[in-house]
Design a protein around this ligand. Structure first.
Ligand SMILES: *Cc1c(COP(=O)(O)O)cnc(C)c1O
Length: 930
């Protein structure tokens, strides 16, 4: 093994085996780890939180808890780029989009963004872009959540947008502001609970030629007039209270909806409806393959991984409860707020907000005293200032909780405590009639028929049975690293002591979480060779953005803010240039040689040419071609010599751990994709965690957060949660702890070995695009299929779709080169599974040969017609006009007779960018009846 590793990894970048060993990262058994997680969980105090500010303690229906978030069939699949084997989650994401469109009354919604704060930032940037990059002022109402404002500040910087924070209703009268205004963000209801009427305001924003962006709450929208009915152009928020655990900050699915005229500018993924080759309706991602087509330096958003799993949970919650159930929950929450308000008023308190849905702001003489009483009662209230406290209700609050809460205010005002029997039901909702919702919502059948647990269970399982995940077979996606994670690493995150914690609770209530966060930060710093870590970014792309913003802040601190050039190789992932642009950098591309290696001379000449303005160089290592480049340290030195900083894209870090590290390679900052390298499952397109590690000189600049402020050099927040999606940090923490240093290093070696084994089994059948001087690849391999196109018109997609018939999710297709497949087995696959995949690839190669030699025609063959769903195979004999048997189509290798996964539709047209395919509210039953 060691001799092999020496052939694969250049000696000059190797680190000593002691650096990542069981001495530096001790190993735990599964049972030890679970015991430790239990112990640490008991340090998180189970206080009842009424903090609000966009986060709620959600009640997860058990049928969704067990069958979605705890179900590997839902949490292990990849982003649905292969729609034929992803119809289940595509349908569920359409449910999510439909739910958002219906509740907000907007024309179109996407399939989730990372969190509410970054969604607001996307809304701000869309407003700026819509003004033709001409109007620089963006007005933010004072009622917006503080964490949203912090993220807006960070994001505004890169685009040079001028944020104006004011009372929006009056500020909009200012003509100076109106002249240069691109958009406005309002919170509805606002952070203090007010529900303001924005309809005339929206007219005057539009009259100024600007957009209205509205952050809102889906549950409130069941009772209050939806923003789409009073003129909002962009509506966004967090869908977490629809049955997604709060998890000390996440993950949650943010939603984002726009009017028809803005749909082409909308960030993120969108599911639309198309047809398969037989004319059967089917779903697919509408703006196909975002990250491959992400518009590089022309991009205005870098969204790749989003929050698919959590969006699916929220959609299922709406399917389960339906419009009537949602309204009932909303009435309960609102009713509790009313009872609370009446009670505290009877104690002599003043309530600040005349209108409210679930949030009440109470004036108090001494907020500290009141908080002391509430903490003693095990209750967290929102800290506003010395004279105001906030109380927000959610579905989880019971009537006994309500009594306890009211009695905190009774005690603090020396009133006599109340009992449950003394509380009086409110007469009618307290929402002003002009702001009441009168329109229907969620009329679609899917939201009106799965309301018994039995039906719900069947619906969840019906959908997921259409999708290939790691529960079926390996998903050999190069760069995206689909490793199966252990069940033991998943178990703690739905434990109450981790799942039901508000992100803004006092520090001393989350000692368990903080021990885990600290340990994970330290382990990641050790693994990367860097000094410190920020866990805040919610995806790899968000990490890139954070890291580049840190580099900018560093240059600025040295009086070098003019440094704004970012060198990026042409082979880079599309998010790299997109993130650079968002951080206010100008992208200059660097050439790549045919063998995938960086063109060092081109790099040198460009670095020297831009010497005075060079900010950063972004490099992926091993490269996107699956290569450990020899020249990485030299490349980094060139950058440093010319005053730049090196950003290492760590998506491929799983090929480095224990053998080398980004610091040794010459980097200053790197991100990791914990949802690739550190075993967080992909969730069908998210959640992700994209932490950054930085060298010591950059650590003062790591992102801060309004509720967890860091030093004065720190950049503003990049995510809504101070530690991003805290609950899933547990997974990577557990993965690292259970492998220990030795296991982590072994995992890397086995990942390299598996890729090289595969390269050698496929050689002679396929053309391997690159190997190093020793004939070795790194952890993935790039095979070029161009010959089949030349000889027989067979494209990469034909091979990919045929692999579905063999029960496999195809490898990464047409990236980083359009004629190639990038294959990555990972360390978690067995020899048997790798052989099964290779057997399939080799058999397909034979089938391709039949097309080349003319045995099967070029336009009607087993590859072009793939995949083969049952309804095609069971066509009457008269319609089966194919030059191969049904048996060959379905069972080309013996293992399939025993283990067959059936795609549910035939090939879906992958044509890119036809926006007419986007759902105009397609419903499931419409599909069923078509
Ligand atoms: C996956 C990936 C990214 C983007 O990460 P997300 O978490 O999807 O945002 C960036 N670079 C490379 C090389 C990747 O493979």
């Amino acid at each position: 093994m060691d001799a092999f590793v020496d052939e694969a990894v250049p000696p000059k970048i190797r680190i000593s085996a002691d650096e990542i060993s069981n001495k530096t990262i001790p190993a735990f058994s599964e049972s030890q780890l679970l015991a430790r997680a239990k112990d640490l969980g008991s340090l998180n105090k189970p206080y009842k939180s009424y903090i609000g500010m966009g986060y709620h303690c959600a009640v997860v229906p058990p049928v969704i808890l067990r069958n979605v978030i705890e179900n590997p069939q839902w949490y292990t699949p990849y982003t649905p780029y292969q729609p034929e084997i992803a119809q289940g989650r595509l349908e569920s994401l359409v449910n999510f989009q439909t739910m958002v469109m219906s509740l907000t009354s907007m024309d179109i919604a996407n399939a989730s963004l990372l969190d509410e704060a970054t969604a607001a930032a996307e809304g701000m940037v869309m407003s700026y872009v819509s003004s033709g990059y001409r109007k620089r002022k963006f007005l933010v109402d004072v009622g917006v959540l503080p964490q949203t404002l912090a993220v807006l500040r960070t994001r505004a910087k890169g685009f040079n947008i001028d944020l104006v924070v004011a009372d929006a209703l009056s500020a909009i009268e200012d003509d100076m502001l109106r002249k240069d205004l691109c958009g406005v963000l309002v919170q509805y209801p606002d952070v203090n609970g007010h529900i303001k009427d924005f309809s005339t305001f929206a007219e005057s924003v539009h009259a100024a030629g600007a957009l209205v962006v509205c952050a809102t709450d889906l549950l409130a929208l069941t009772m209050i007039k939806p923003p789409g009915e009073w003129g909002a152009d962009i509506v966004l928020g967090n869908s977490g209270r629809f049955g997604v655990p709060s998890g000390y900050g996440g993950p949650h699915g943010a939603f984002f909806a726009v009017t028809e005229k803005l749909k082409r500018k909308m960030p993120g993924r969108l599911v639309g409806r198309s047809r398969d080759a037989t004319g059967k309706p089917a779903y697919r991602l509408a703006l196909q393959t975002r990250e491959q087509h992400i518009r590089r330096e022309k991009a205005t958003s870098n969204i790749c991984t989003s929050q698919a799993l959590l969006a699916n949970m929220a959609a299922m919650y709406a399917v389960y409860h339906g419009p009537i159930g949602l309204r009932r929950i909303a009435h309960k929450v609102h009713g509790f707020a009313q009872v609370f308000k009446d009670s505290v008023e009877s104690f002599g308190y003043d309530v600040v907000n005349a209108t409210f849905f679930d949030t009440i702001t109470v004036k108090v003489s001494n907020a500290k005293e009141l908080h002391d009483v509430s903490i003693t009662a095990g209750i967290n209230l929102r800290h506003i200032d010395d004279h105001n406290v906030g109380v927000t209700f959610d579905e989880s609050v019971t009537s006994n909780n309500l009594v306890d809460l009211i009695n905190v205010f009774a005690t603090a005002s020396s009133s006599s405590p109340v009992s449950l029997q003394q509380l009086r039901e409110p007469d009618a909702p307290a929402i002003p009639s002009s702001l009441e919702r009168t329109s229907e919502f969620l009329p679609h059948q899917v939201f009106n028929k799965h309301h018994s647990e039995t039906e719900m269970l069947r619906y969840i399982n019906h959908l997921v049975s259409k999708d290939v995940g790691l529960v079926h077979s390996m998903i050999p996606l190069g760069s995206c690293t689909m490793k199966l994670n252990s069940t033991s690493s998943m178990i703690p995150l739905t434990w109450e002591e981790y799942s039901c914690i508000h992100p803004f609770v006092p520090f001393d209530q989350v000692q368990g979480y903080h021990t885990i966060i600290k340990e994970l930060e330290q382990d990641l710093a050790r693994i990367t060779g860097f000094h410190s870590t920020s866990l805040q970014p919610n995806s790899g792309a968000a990490g890139e953005y954070a890291g580049l913003s840190v580099i900018r802040a560093y240059h600025e601190s040295r009086g070098e803010s003019a440094r704004d050039i970012c060198l990026i190789p042409l082979s880079a992932h599309g998010t790299n240039p997109a993130s650079a642009v968002m951080a206010g950098l100008k992208v200059v591309s660097v050439k790549v040689q045919d063998d995938g290696n960086l063109d060092i001379e081109d790099l040198r000449s460009k670095a020297e040419k831009h010497k005075d303005k060079l900010a950063a160089f972004m490099i992926t290592y091993p490269s996107t071609f699956g290569v450990f480049e020899d020249g990485v340290q030299e490349a980094c030195k060139i950058i440093h010599d010319n005053g730049g900083q090196v950003y290492l894209d760590g998506a491929n870090l799983n090929a480095q751990i224990g053998l080398t590290n980004p610091a040794t390679c010459g980097g200053d900052v790197c991100h990791m994709n914990l949802h690739k390298t550190f075993a967080i499952p992909h969730g069908g397109g998210g959640p992700g965690v994209g932490p950054i590690c930085v060298a010591e000189h950059l650590s003062p600049f790591l992102p801060s957060h309004p509720v967890m402020p860091l030093g004065e050099k720190a950049i503003n927040a990049v995510s809504a949660g101070p530690f991003g999606s805290s609950s899933i940090h547990l997974i990577s923490w557990a993965y690292i702890k259970m492998l220990g240093g030795q296991g982590l290093s072994n995992a890397t070696k086995i990942a390299l070995l598996n890729a090289n084994y595969m390269a050698s089994r496929l050689s002679g059948h396929y053309n391997l695009r690159y190997k190093n001087v020793n004939g070795r690849v790194a952890h993935e391999l790039l095979i070029d299929l161009v010959e089949f196109d030349k000889k027989a018109g067979l494209k990469v997609m034909d091979f990919a779709k045929r692999l579905q018939d063999y029960g496999f999710h195809p490898p990464t297709c047409s990236w980083p080169l359009s004629t190639c497949m990038l294959i990555e087995p990972t360390e978690s696959e067995t020899l048997e599974e790798i052989d099964r995949f290779c057997d399939a690839m080799i058999q397909i190669r034979k089938e391709a040969e039949d097309v080349i030699s003319g045995v099967q025609p070029k336009d009607n063959n087993v590859l072009k017609n793939a995949p083969h769903p049952m309804h095609v195979l069971t066509l009457p004999d008269t319609e089966w006009n194919r030059p191969y048997t049904r048996h060959t189509a379905a069972y080309p290798l013996p293992y399939l007779e025993e283990k067959k996964f059936w795609p549910t539709v035939s090939r879906i047209d992958d044509a890119y960018g036809d926006l007419n395919l986007i759902c105009d509210c397609p419903s499931v039953e419409e599909l069923a009846t078509t």
